[in-house]
Design a protein around this ligand. Sequence first.
Ligand code: PRP
Length: 206
Amino acid sequence: MINIALPKGRLGEKIYEIFAKAGYECPSIKENNRKLIFENPEKGVRYFWVKPSDVSIYVERGAADIGVCGKDILVEYSPEVYELLDLKTGVCRMAVAAKKDFYDDGQRTLKVATKFVKAAKAYYASKCRDIDIIQLNGSIEIAPILGLSDVIVDIVETGTTLKENDLEVKEEIFPISARLIANKASFKFKTEEIEDLAKKVETLIG
Ligand code: PRP
């Protein structure tokens, strides 16, 4: 049995469809209820719906053998897992954004609001730019509008959230997409099953 942690939400549902097509279907997952664990012994799979940012925790600690999470999470938390495959879905980017008229003249400490503290610190350290980090948990776009920060470091997908709040991308930091990750011990003991799944999924996504 392979235990698979999927991110709850649109991305997870898309990923499940890919896995199902690859031969790892679990029809009960489509039942309209609030269950979080589904298994199909025939196909040797058990799926868990977990909060997207928690997938790597389940996989790192071995509660799940494999899982799917964004590259942003892997960069931010550096979990001790194997990154097996770029699933080429959930594509977006980590970027610096600010009000359209904002220009960083480098004269004073830059106030940066973000959920991604490590990624933001690493980026500005690479530019030798002094920053003051303001750690937020969501709705980051509001920070520069209210003067809480000069810029934000956040995920941009369609750009709609920025646009609707009169902000714009100033710098791109790194590209993001969903990754298939594996627990290190599971990969050792279930090498064949996990590699088999990864290969089938890879063939499907091309
Ligand atoms: C993410 C991100 C942006 C938005 C970008 O937010 O933090 O706010 O999506 O998407 P867009 O470019 O397509 O508009 P999320 O929905 O995860 O919510 P939160 O960060 O506010 O919690």
